[in-house]
Ligand binder design. Structure first.
Ligand code: SF4
Ligand code: SF4
Length: 337
């Protein structure tokens, strides 16, 4: 069944790429997604325990993507479920949350993830409205890379009980090298969220990739501590994946140093999570990229992108002429975990 014609998809400015694409007419923006597509859904035991709806497609092209098979829809040929009627999906979410398995797990909310849920915002809003018609006040978590417009963030805050908010890097050039997008909107939205609804931040998730983003932990901690010393911050150990499938993961000692740096900066609720000490061969720097990136960590990440076929440096997926045939989105890792 075709998706409902959500009016704000006719000139899409849901995220800060602000493509203006008429997605209803089949025009594609950076995310290349026209209508809402569900990749999969299931009861999910990771905190916050939930019934999780994974939505297909993303506005970022992260080199480290753990959900690459979902996020790089429609380019990588991986299976997805397709459009699911919001009323049907809402009934399913509520049924699973109230099921014996859901109760046993402690699942207490619907969790929208991806890919990036922002690119499907009107669809998410409709599912939430349907679900709250069935079970008023049902909790909702919104999982995001933080690249939505301020208007979209306001819409999300109108329904979200909690947010899990990824920050991939602190400096613009490392963020661009890792994701293909600038960091300023992410930091702006982190600040808006911390000022307006700190109680709804489940956690800020800060990615730690040795040799790429680990050098940014201290300034990141100072930034977050400036927003609030009691903000929950979780450092996520990079798990070698996708384009960075051969790059080594961080050691336990590095993760503990991140938590210590957070404490030194004044953050009182810093933790770390993930698997450490995954071996690998560090990505090497391509000297040809030196004119485009000032720092070694950005060049190392950008070199991995270039080796996967990325054509535009500094990475900028909005301006890139290869956006519709992006080789990064088509990358299929050998190491699949
Ligand atoms: S990348 Fe963002 S602004 Fe562009 S079409 Fe997708 S959701 Fe809309
Ligand atoms: S080729 Fe272009 S669209 Fe693809 S990741 Fe690189 S900059 Fe982004």
């Amino acid at each position: 069944m075709p998706a409902r014609p959500y009016r704000d998809l006719s000139r899409c400015v849901l995220c800060e790429h602000r493509c203006g694409a008429d997605r209803l007419a089949g025009e594609e923006g950076v995310c290349r997604v026209t209508e809402p597509v569900v990749a999969s859904r299931c009861l999910h035991p990771a905190p916050p325990e939930s019934y999780t709806v994974f939505l297909a497609g993303c506005n970022f092209k992260c080199l480290n993507c753990q959900n690459w098979s979902i996020a790089h829809y429609p380019d990588n040929g991986q299976p997805v479920e397709g459009y699911v009627e919001p009323a049907f999906l809402a009934r399913e979410c509520v049924r699973y949350l109230e099921s014996p398995d859901g109760r046993f797990m402690g699942a207490d909310r619907i969790f929208f993830s991806g890919g990036e849920a922002t690119i499907h915002l009107p669809y998410v809003e409709e599912i939430v409205a349907e679900a709250r018609g069935l079970r008023p006040g049902v909790k909702v978590n919104f999982d995001t890379n933080g690249f939505m417009t301020e208007q979209s963030l306001q819409r999300i805050l109108a329904f979200a009980t909690s947010l899990t908010f990824d920050i991939k890097a602190f400096s613009d050039e490392v963020h661009r090298a890792l994701t293909g997008a600038p960091v300023d909107p992410v930091l702006r939205n982190a600040e808006i969220l911390a000022r307006r609804a700190p109680e709804r931040i489940w956690e800020f998730r800060v990615l730690v990739i040795p040799g790429i983003s680990d050098g940014e932990v201290e300034p990141m901690c100072r930034f977050l501590a400036g927003l609030g010393r009691d903000l929950p911050v979780c450092f996520l150990a990079f798990r070698p994946n996708f384009v960075l499938e051969s790059h080594p993961g961080p050691g336990r000692e590095l993760m503990e140093r991140c938590v210590e740096a957070a404490r030194q900066a004044g953050l009182r609720r810093a933790t770390w999570a993930g698997v450490t000490d995954v071996p690998g061969l560090a990505a090497s720097e391509d000297p040809a990229l030196r004119p485009f990136y000032r720092t070694v960590p950005a060049r190392v990440a950008a070199s991995a992108a270039a080796a996967a076929g990325c054509t535009t440096h500094p990475r900028d997926c909005y301006a890139c002429l290869s956006s519709r045939q992006c080789p990064v989105k088509r990358y299929v890792p050998v190491r699949q975990c």
